[in-house]
Write a protein that binds this ligand. Sequence first.
Ligand code: UN1
Length: 500
Amino acid sequence: MAMQAKSVELFRLKNYIGGLWQETEKTAEVINPANGEVIATVPLSGKEEVERAVRQAKSAQKKWALVPAPRRAEVLYRTGVLLKERKEQLARLLTMENGKVLEEARGEVQEAIDMAFYMAGEGRRLFGQTTPAELPDKFAMSIRVPVGVVGIITPWNFPIAIASWKTFPALVAGNSVVWKPATETPIMAYEFAKIFEEAGLPPGVLNVVFGNGSTVGEALVRHPDVRAISFTGSNEIGRQIAAECGRLLKKVSLEMGGKNAVIVLEDADLDLAVDGIIWSAFGTSGQRCTACSRVIVHRKVKEALEEKLLMKIRELRVGNGLDETVKVGPIINRSSLEKVHRYVEIGKGEGAKLLTGGHVLTEGKLRDGTFYAPTVFTDVHPHMRIAREEIFGPVISILPVSSFEEAIEVNNSVSYGLSSGIFTKDVNRVFRAMRDIDTGIVYINAGTIGAEIHLPFGGTKGTGNGHRDSGIQTLDVFTEWRAVYVDYSGKLQRAQIDIE
Ligand code: UN1
């Protein structure tokens, strides 16, 4: 039985290893960030659980890889159907553990459904290339082969969508998975694993080990039988993982956030730009890797934009995301709330002008949760910390500029490169922006969020290490290329030598 979204029940979540649901001695509490209620307990596993999961994954992978890919894909189709049937129930649970408003939670579950069907289609593609060989009576091709056991480490801000970006391609390509979900949002992982089980995924092909990064995450990264790691999370942890994977010569794909900007030029449709900024900056309370946290605006329209922005912010209702009139939910937990506030203090100290917000919300029921007021700083300089560092909360910095060129320069001046949006009606500047903006995702006349699953997701510089999540490109993380030469001449033919 799947769980019901009642706030009074307490769920004891279990690891899923080799097809068995297993408890651990140590557990942690899962808190609903909207009201402080304990909604579940999550296992805090150790090295032994990782060891067991990898062993199971290793033996299951051998058989799974021999299942024809179109048959493997059938499990993904069934998973997609089950996700679709349970969309509403999953969305409610997601809102309870993560805090994002229900409309967005439904959108996130939809993202996982889309990824299931999209990657299921790959079961009949997984294309390689056939190509002429340079010698007579010889055939050449490249094929994708599974990597083996892959380790997946996912964050709390998109607990099911990001998990779907990584698990579906890994599985359809013939790998087995050991997955460490974030301990803040384990209910989605638990439900997702149950759905895989129901959909007929053989035992051991997907294993879920709950626990902290410093124990489970580290054991996974270090394990010699885990051949690839796909990680989404902080820049600091990502660097550590990359270093360790480098030492062990392990494949590694990293997605580590951004300092995303919306550029508003003097000819922009300001109302549209404001809608894009509000959605991108305060949706998910700014807790998206793609969230807009900088607004780079032409001086000529700065005041008009600020005025419209403030008007719209006044209409935003902050509260429990299960209430459908609420537009902005809580911050994931107290330490994140404190971090957001610390950045606001830093901004003030740096001399930025606070236009609105800048404080924790404590009126009425909000006191029980972790809520922060939508916050806007203006007259921010590109060198200030609030304009350079990822805050991961509902805080934007307005940076005035005097030209298109300056806007691009400021946009590109940060150490991240995930997502940028530009508002203008000038087609020449649109194409220049597409060329000159140094981010992995560029939006024209739209905000910085809302990536679609069949396009590559990821970015430049401090955002990643050159790989992409989702899209066809993600298959490069979960497969190795094998070049195959078939010589049917019946004699020794030496490449580069016997070419006459
Ligand atoms: C993230 O911010 O970590 O593009 C993922 C978006 C969503 C996914 C965001 N589809 O905003």
